[in-house]
Design a protein. Structure first.
Length: 444
C-alpha cells in the first residue's frame, strides 16, 4: 500500500494542466450501454475509478475497443447484452457503479445492480434513483442485496419526476433518470434535477448520440424519448474539483500557479470564497491559442495568494453553491488563517474525516454536528496521517505541503481514485513529495 512522504514549506510555482473530470467521465462511460454503436470519449483521466468502471462495463458486454491508442481516448462498444448484473464485488469498490442502472434499464429493459453501501463520507441512499425509475414505469425489488429493476411489457413511459431530497437533488440519480428517459416513450420532465456541470456534460453526450434533452444544468430537465441512440464522439469537461484542489494548493503554499484547461465558469462559488480569503484568480488571455474564442470552461488562470489568509464562512451546497468535494481542502487552507472560520457541510453532514488528522498536525478545529470552527494557527507540523476518503486525503496533502517538517499521508489509494499522478504533477511545480510502498501492517 503506497504512502506519500511530503517535505513541507515549499512554494508551488509553475504550470499545471487540469485533466478531464472523473465525475463526468463515470456516467459518460456508463451511457455507452445505451447504444449498440461505438461511443468515443476524449480526455479520459487515468484513474483507479475509471479502470474499475471499465471492468464493470466489460462484464456487462461493453468493451474498450481502442487499446493501445492514446490512453486519454476511449472508444466503448456494447456488443453483448446477455449479462446485466452489476455485481457487489465491483460496485462496493466504486459507488459510482450505480450509474449503470439507468442505461441498462433503458437499453435492456431489465437489470440487477448491487445495492451500494454507505461509505466513509456517510450514508449514501439511492431512494431518489429508484423513485425516478418507478415513475418511468419500472418495477423495482430487492433480492440478495441487489436491486432488481424491470420494465413492464409496454416499455418505459415518460413522466414528471420530482428528484429533490432532504439534502437537495441527486447528481447520479439525475444521470440515471436522464439516461433511461432518453429512450422512454414520450416526454419526461425532471423537476429539482441536479444542476451540476457533470449532468450537463452527460446531456451533451446523449444529445450527440441522438437524444432530445433540454434544460440540463438547470433544475428542470425536459427529455423527449427517442426509439434508439447511436454513436458519438465527445470530449469530457475538465475536472472542476481537481482545479479547485490545485487553486487551494497554490494558496496554502503562498504559491504562484498557472492552471491550464481550468473550468472557471463552474467554480464561481469557490473563487468567490478564495477571493474573500485573499487569493487572486485571474484569467490569462495571452495563453489562449490565436483564433480560439474565450471559453470560460477551459481557461488558463493564474492563482496567487498573499501572506495573510483571511478567515471566512462557507456552507456547502448543491451547484452552483460551494461544492462538498472541496470542503476538506478548504478546511486545510483555513487552518492557517488569521482568525476563526466557520464551515458547514450541508450535503454530507458527516464528511469530516480530515478533522482529526489535521488536529494531529497542530490544527485547531472544533466540530459540532455538520459545522466546524477552524481557529487559524501560525503553523502546522508534519505528522503521519491517513484518511479513508478521496477528498480528505487531498486535504492532508495540501496541509503536508504547508506544514513544517515531514508528513506521511498513508493509504494514498484513495487519492489515486480521483487525482491522476498527483505527486509527480505537484513535484513538477516545486513540491517535495515522494511515493513510497509500505507493507501492510508496517507503520499503518
Ligand atoms: C456525486 O455523488 C459525486 N460522485 C460525489 O463526488 C459528490 O460528492 C456528490 O455527487 C455531491 O456533489 C460522482 O459523481 C461519481 P448525490 P452522488 O446523489 O451522485 C442524498 C467525490 O469525492 N441522496 O448527489 O452519489 C445524499 O445522501 C465524490 O468525487 C438521497 O437522499 O451524490 C446526499 O446527501 C464523493 N437519496 C445528497 O443527496 C438518493 O437517492 C447528494 O448526493 C441520493 C442521494
Amino acid at each position: 500500500m503506497d504512502s506519500f512522504v511530503i517535505e513541507g514549506g515549499r512554494r508551488l510555482a509553475g504550470k499545471l494542466r487540469i485533466n478531464g473530470s472523473k465525475n463526468a467521465a463515470l456516467p459518460l462511460m456508463a451511457a455507452a450501454l445505451l447504444t449498440d454503436e461505438p461511443v468515443t470519449l476524449r480526455d479520459v483521466p487515468d484513474l483507479a475509478d475509471i479502470r474499475n468502471m471499465l471492468r464493470l462495463l466489460a462484464e456487462l458486454g461493453c468493451h474498450r475497443v481502442n487499446e493501445g491508442d492514446d490512453r486519454r481516448v476511449m472508444t466503448l462498444h456494447a456488443t453483448d447484452r446477455s449479462n446485466s448484473h452489476a455485481r457487489y464485488d465491483i460496485v462496493r469498490t466504486m459507488r459510482a457503479g450505480v450509474c449503470v442502472l439507468g442505461p441498462l434499464l433503458g437499453r435492456r429493459g431489465t437489470c440487477r445492480v448491487s445495492m451500494p453501501g454507505g461509505c466513509a463520507i456517510g450514508d449514501r441512499p439511492i431512494d431518489l434513483h429508484l423513485r425516478g425509475m418507478r415513475a418511468l414505469g419500472a418495477e423495482v425489488s430487492m433480492d440478495a442485496g441487489d436491486i432488481v429493476v424491470t420494465v413492464p411489457p409496454g416499455g418505459l413511459v415518460g413522466a414528471t419526476i420530482f428528484l429533490g431530497g432532504p439534502f437537495g437533488s441527486t447528481v447520479l440519480g439525475t444521470a440515471n433518470v436522464m439516461c433511461a428517459a432518453a429512450v422512454a416513450r414520450g416526454r419526461t420532465v425532471i423537476e429539482s434535477a441536479a444542476c451540476e456541470p457533470e449532468v450537463a456534460d452527460l446531456a451533451a453526450l446523449l444529445v450527440r448520440m441522438g437524444a432530445r434533452i433540454s434544460g440540463a444544468g438547470t433544475p428542470r430537465i425536459t427529455i423527449d424519448g427517442v426509439p434508439q441512440l447511436g454513436k458519438a464522439d465527445h470530449t469530457i469537461m475538465p475536472d472542476r474539483i481537481e482545479a479547485g484542489t490545485f487553486l487551494m494548493a497554490a494558496a496554502i503554499t503562498n504559491g504562484d500557479l498557472v492552471l491550464d484547461n481550468c473550468p472557471t465558469d463552474t467554480l464561481l462559488a469557490t473563487i468567490d470564497r478564495l477571493n474573500a480569503i485573499g487569493v487572486e484568480v485571474e484569467p490569462i488571455e495571452f495563453l489562449r491559442p490565436a483564433g480560439h474564442p474565450a471559453d470560460p470552461q477551459r481557461q488558463a488562470v493564474r492563482v496567487t495568494c498573499g501572506r495573510v489568509i483571511r478567515p471566512v464562512e462557507v456552507t456547502t451546497q448543491p451547484h452552483p453553491g460551494f461544492p462538498t468535494d472541496l470542503q476538506a481542502q478548504l478546511v486545510a487552507l483555513l487552518t492557517l488563517a488569521d482568525g476563526n472560520s466557520v464551515i458547514t457541510e450541508r450535503i454530507f453532514p458527516d464528511r469530516f474525516l480530515h478533522v482529526a488528522e489535521l488536529t494531529r498536525m497542530g490544527a485547531k478545529i472544533f466540530r459540532q454536528g455538520p459545522t466546524v470552527i477552524v481557529s487559524g494557527v501560525r503553523e502546522l507540523h508534519g505528522a503521519p496521517v491517513m484518511a479513508s476518503d478521496l477528498r480528505a486525503s487531498a486535504c492532508l496533502v495540501l496541509a503536508g505541503m504547508a506544514a513544517q517538517g515531514t508528513t506521511t499521508v498513508n493509504r494514498v489509494y484513495h487519492l489515486d481514485r480521483g487525482y491522476e499522478s498527483m505527486e509527480s504533477r505537484l513535484r513538477d511545480v516545486g513540491a517535495r513529495i515522494t511515493r513510497v510502498s509500505v507493507k501492510e501492517g508496517a507503520g499503518e
